[in-house]
Design a protein around this ligand. Structure first.
Ligand code: FAD
Length: 422
């Protein structure tokens, strides 16, 4: 088994992780950044055969590649804590441990998927999920696509669908017209966002709208949608549905970090409740790439001992924290969304466990012991997160390994002596 050692270890190479690496690299410390995706960029700057990376993403990638003191381990996932200041990882070459002096968690966020009748039909995906497939080369030529759920991500996904040749027939946003109007009237505080909204605005955007049912036999053929006071049926071959984002906090929970409002709690310098352990970006609260970049840079400077440079970025971070607060206020989910699934709608789509089978239990552990919910490929990332929203259950304490791993990795869940990276 491979062992490596570094002074600053960064988990996640999205905007937060890349900004942290760049800032920390100024100290000349030895930095390792790892990410389970094949290329750096995280969610917003996900690379692929059909992805067009913005200039800012290219800048970060080139700057990091040019640094001698930053080692990037792509296609590598952290699966457990294997000792004090040591993590266990797995990649296509095998598994290994990394020893660190300071750790920065930049694990990002994932989509919140909520069950409704028909949500497991082929043709129905997450909104960001469809966008990821498009960046990987999926063509939507000739396809009719409904995009639904909540939040600014839906507009970005509609843009990607159009670029891929698809026809967006409806963009259903569950938030009310009043909330959206209030948000729009305050947008002038962030001129970059005014420009972005004008570029992404879609004429099929409808407020007060949500999908009631996905219909079809072998795959999706139509959706039934509540649009204001009316119910409409719309023919489509794809439905991309996401109800906002939830922070990836499992690794932080495993390590014992304090969690607040379902995100990693951090102080002014992005330090968690554990000494030498920092966190930045959407794992500390969903707020967009600009906030992730500012937080990442603060964490990188703070973790490498450059407190003055970290402090110089506090005002920038506040600006984007105010934007994040306005977004979360605007796109609060309508409680009616909790009632869309019926007793026989699957909650756990990996193991085919229905809402009825789960909701009769008092909590996630009891539900898991009495059914197979959360025991499939996603290990509860989708269904336990949905159950937290639907049933007000606390998130279960994660267990190692964090994701399914090879047997070789499982048997190596013990600390190993460290070794330098070449
Ligand atoms: C599916 C999806 C699509 C999105 N698309 C857009 C968009 O088009 N436009 C937009 O403005 N915003 C988009 N967002 C929001 C966007 O994620 C954020 O604004 C921004 O990317 C947050 O940056 P971050 O660095 O905090 O996290 P992320 O960009 O999410 O990066 C976190 C990285 O950490 C990695 N990671 C997590 N845990 C581990 C682990 N245990 N081991 C190894 N690696 C790990 C992840 O794979 C990921 O690459 C999207 C979000 C999601 C979930």
């Amino acid at each position: 088994m491979n062992n490596v050692r570094c002074e600053v270890l960064i988990i996640g190479a999205g905007p937060a992780g890349m900004a942290a690496a760049l800032a920390a690299s100024e100290s000349q410390k030895h930095i390792v950044m790892l990410d389970d995706n094949p290329r750096p960029g995280g969610q917003i700057w996900r690379d692929g055969p059909a992805a067009v990376l913005p200039t800012l993403a290219q800048f970060y990638r080139q700057a990091i590649t040019a640094l001698d003191n930053v080692t990037l381990l792509s296609g590598t996932k952290v699966v457990a804590q294997s000792g004090p200041q040591q993590l266990l990882y797995e990649n296509d070459k095998g598994c290994g441990t990394i020893d660190y002096q300071r750790l920065i968690l930049c694990c990002g966020a994932r989509e919140l998927l909520l069950p409704f009748p028909g949500w497991t039909l082929p043709g129905v995906t997450g909104a960001g999920g469809l966008q990821a497939q498009i960046k990987n080369g999926l063509s939507l030529q000739g396809e009719r696509v409904v995009i639904a759920g909540s939040g600014p991500l839906l507009l970005a996904v509609a843009d990607s669908v159009t670029q891929a040749g698809g026809k967006v027939t409806l963009l259903a946003e569950q938030a009310s017209v009043t909330s959206l109007a209030r948000f729009a009237s305050g947008l002038w505080h962030w001129p970059e966002k005014v420009r972005q909204s004008l570029r992404l605005m879609n004429r099929h955007y409808r407020a007060n709208s949500y999908v009631l049912e996905a219909q079809g036999q072998q795959r999706l053929t139509a959706v039934r949608v509540q649009q204001g006071g009316k119910v409409r049926t719309i023919d489509c071959s794809r439905l991309a549905c996401g109800f906002g984002l939830v922070a990836n906090i499992e690794l932080a929970m495993l390590m014992g970090c304090r969690i607040e409002n379902a995100a990693i709690a951090v102080d002014d310098m992005q330090q968690t409740s554990i000494t030498n352990l920092y966190a930045a970006g959407e794992c500390t609260g969903v707020g967009g790439s600009e906030l992730a970049l500012a937080e990442g840079a603060i964490a990188g400077y703070a973790a490498s001992g450059n407190i003055a440079s970290a402090r110089a970025l506090l005002e920038k971070r506040s600006k984007w924290q105010r934007f994040a607060a306005a977004v979360s206020q605007t796109f609060v989910l309508n409680p009616r969304l909790k009632t869309l699934g019926t007793a026989d709608t699957f909650l756990c789509r990996c193991e085919d466990v229905s809402l009825g089978q789960i909701s009769r239990h008092k909590g996630w552990t009891a539900a898991k012991l009495n059914s197979r919910c959360g025991m499939g490929a996603c290990q509860g990332k989708i269904c336990a997160t949905a159950a937290r929203y639907l049933l007000d259950w606390p998130l279960p304490q994660p267990r190692v390994p964090l994701t399914p791993v090879r047997l070789e990795t499982l048997v190596n869940l013990t600390p190993q002596p460290p070794k330098d990276i070449n």
